[in-house]
Design a protein around this ligand. Structure first.
Ligand code: ZN
Length: 343
């Protein structure tokens, strides 16, 4: 009951990359960089285990950004000539690479870090990949001329890598789709279909993470414009409930998402965000337990996973660690209270 996990990314140590940035510059190059990435991964494996998390990740220590880390291993992408583009319906500008030819994997994308993770923990491991729609929304397309076609092309590549990750011993493969909250109509016409193509044939657990973004200023401003009730999930959860994806990761604590929308995910395991990544204030175990108890009104206890609202890449390292500890303690508190309830 109430297993614990983080959404995905964790802060990179200052000796690996610039801190507090979404697209940080690496401190090293070549072999020294490869070693530093794995060293940082080891630090976070140990920290997550010590904190008591049930599902461990690599904290995305080996990728500069959650989307571009994947694209760097794709042929047909021009990283030499990045262009500025408004992303997530122009919420903010980013320098993005261009699709200039048919996309194809150069080889394995995350083999080194997945096998490293598997070799260094006996706990369940989760690996994250960007979802097809979010990739499409984070590149400049100069070749396909159609978002759906491009998404399906990426979905095939994601599926190749996901199957290989499963063979590496990964227990949960999660696709990150923050774009699902921005383009609900496209989600229903092709977004979920592209996601299912990416997850096709996998026997391990599959998950999708849908959020309101990292705790950066552009996202904080956007959230202020969404009003008192954030109902974006309402438009995409029914299609996800019908899909073959096993788990859905969503925002809960401090977001204005009406908690009853979780009831739309009947039959799914729900990763409930009980940790706010847009604030440095450390949650108390009591707050975490109460958030779990709110979610329990709409999600059965055996399908509820306690999680963070989103990745923690841009945060302070010590803040992220304290939040993980609060997450684990809060889940334990909620578990104890459930056990003490009269049957
Ligand atoms: Zn997120």
């Amino acid at each position: 009951m109430f297993t614990t996990a983080v959404a995905g990314s964790l802060p990179k140590p200052a000796w690996l990359a610039e801190t507090h940035k979404l697209w940080p510059r690496w401190r090293e190059e070549g072999a020294a960089l490869q070693q530093a990435k794995l060293d940082a991964t080891l630090v976070w494996i140990k920290a997550q285990e010590d904190a008591g998390l049930d599902v461990i990740g690599d904290g995305e220590q080996s990728r500069q950004h959650f989307v571009h880390g994947f694209l760097e291993q794709v042929d047909g992408i021009d990283f030499e000539h990045k262009v500025e583009m408004g992303i997530r319906a122009d919420r903010y500008k980013a320098m993005v690479p261009q699709v200039v030819a048919a996309v194809r994997l150069k080889g394995r994308v995350h083999q080194a870090e997945a096998r490293f993770l598997r070799a260094h923990t006996t706990r369940k491991i989760k690996f994250t990949l960007p979802g097809p729609m979010t990739i499409v929304d984070t590149v400049a397309d100069r070749f396909y001329g159609n978002r759906e076609k491009l998404a399906l092309a990426f979905a095939e590549l994601l599926n190749q890598e996901a199957k290989a990750l499963q063979a590496d011993g990964v227990d949960v493969i999660q696709f990150d789709e923050p774009a699902f909250n921005v383009y609900p109509e496209e989600v229903n016409t092709w977004g979920v279909r592209a996601l299912e193509r990416a997850a096709q044939g996998l026997a391990c657990k599959t998950a999708v993470h849908i959020c309101y973004g990292y705790g950066i200023q552009a996202n904080i401003d956007w959230k202020k414009s969404l009003g008192d009730q954030w109902r974006q999930y309402e438009q995409v959860f029914p299609a996800l409930a019908r899909s073959r994806i096993d788990q859905v990761s969503l925002e809960c604590l401090h977001s204005h998402v009406p908690p009853d929308l979780m009831a739309l995910l009947k039959g799914k395991e729900v990763m409930v965000g009980v940790i706010d990544v847009a604030s440095d204030e450390i949650e108390t175990p009591e707050t975490v337990a109460q958030t779990i108890e709110t979610a329990l009104r709409f999600v059965p206890a055996n399908r509820l996973i306690a999680c963070t609202n989103c990745g923690m890449a841009p945060m302070d390292r010590d803040v992220a660690l304290a939040k993980i500890e609060a997450l684990v303690k809060g889940a334990a508190l909620a578990r104890a209270r459930q056990a003490a309830r009269p049957a």
